[in-house]
Design a binder for this molecule. Structure first.
Ligand code: IPM
Ligand code: MN
Length: 353
């Protein structure tokens, strides 16, 4: 297969983990005879500094011309403490999602047996937890009408039936490929927008009698996720709730640096780690490249290339088994491996298997 990849490395640890992601992508391509070409493009703080726009037009065109976008992370502390900043790196991410029509954000919450002890939850609670959170990504409060003032301010949590329906369909499709259980997370006891979600879901569930649909309020869901994470198979929710719940989901596994994600919709799909740009780790060769590498696995799988994805997952598991790990998950007394060393070990493993 021929694949054109737009590479958006962004800020902080982004460029370092991206280097390893691309190396793994190329090793797999070579092995399976795929022709992959890459084009770098600016985004985030980096792009603000260079061209004054966190998602420049040229980057948008590069994304539109590509088959997939491999994205790392954006963000820089110099913007975080300045509420008066006119442009922010995060706006670049939101612009990318909106302009590429990426309404479905797929965030798998997977545990790795050998890392379960790193979880803040008890071993027996979290072991075997495996669910997918599907977050609506281009609607709700993030994009609704806003007013920003120093005396009053608001954000509007707008959803149309069509927006709700298309994301619920994605939820049902995933549920059908998994354990046939869909949890719709909302706040229908208070919010009108949530009542629309529930109304549409109650209509649609009749079309999917093979899937068990249940409904949960978001406050309850946030509790259930730590009390009984194995309850969930596929969870679907609106933009803001999904943002919050997926951070919770990523930390219960004990390994935030290992979780990839995919965003799909109308145009080019984007594959990216769930973690952020970790500015403190920048340039130190200590960031975990596995979430970026697993994002490459999701990318291959998106194009139906299952064996390619599987090989990457096996390589990642092998690296963990052999304690080839970055410092934050290394076992006591284990050897020191940096971002590059972990990436290179995985590339070598792929070549040899
Ligand atoms: C995420 C991030 C973004 C979001 C920020 C950086 C705008 O937290 O991808 O979850 O809130 O969507
Ligand atoms: Mn977030």
């Amino acid at each position: 297969m021929k694949l054109k990849i737009a590479v958006l490395a962004g800020d902080g640890i982004g460029p370092e983990i991206m280097e390893q992601g691309v190396a793994v992508m190329s090793a797999v391509a070579e092995k399976f005879g795929h022709e992959v070409t890459y084009k770098d493009a600016l985004c985030g703080a980096h792009a603000i500094d260079e061209v004054g726009n966190p998602f420049p037009e040229e980057t948008f065109q590069t994304c539109m011309d590509a088959d997939a976008v491999l994205f790392a992370s954006v963000g820089d502390p110099k913007f975080d403490n300045d509420p008066t900043a006119k442009v922010r790196p995060e706006q670049g991410l939101l612009a990318m999602r909106k302009r590429l029509g990426l309404f479905a954000n797929i965030r798998p919450v997977t545990t790795f047996d050998c890392l379960v002890h790193k979880s803040p939850l008890k071993d027996e609670l979290v072991r075997g937890a495996d669910f997918i959170c599907i977050r609506e990504l281009t609607g709700g409060m993030y994009f609704g009408e806003k007013k920003e003032g120093t005396e009053e301010a608001y954000d509007t949590n707008y959803y149309s039936r069509a927006e709700v329906e298309r994301i619920l369909r994605v939820g049902y499709q995933y549920a059908r490929q998994r354990r046939h259980h869909l949890t719709v997370v909302d706040k229908a006891n208070v919010l009108a927008s949530s009542r629309l979600w529930r109304h549409v879901a109650q209509e649609m569930m009749k079309e999917y009698p093979d899937v068990e649909t249940d409904f949960m309020y978001v406050d309850n869901a946030s509790m259930r996720m730590i009390q009984e994470p194995r309850f969930f198979d596929v969870m679907v929710t609106e933009n803001t709730f999904g943002d919050i719940l997926t951070d919770e989901g990523s930390c219960i596994t004990g390994s935030m640096g290992l979780l990839p994600s995919a965003s799909t919709g109308e145009h080019t799909p984007v594959f990216e780690p769930i973690h952020g740009s970790w500015p403190q780790g920048k340039g130190l060769n200590i960031a975990n490249p596995l979430a970026q590498i697993l994002s490459v696995a999701m990318l291959y799988e998106y194009f139906g290339l299952k064996a390619e994805g599987e090989l990457i997952r096996k390589a990642v598991n092998a690296s963990l088994d052999k304690n080839v790990r970055t410092p934050e998950i290394q076992v006591e007394g284990g050897e020191r491996y940096g971002t590059r060393e972990v990436g290179q070990w995985i590339v070598k493993w792929i070549k040899e298997h």
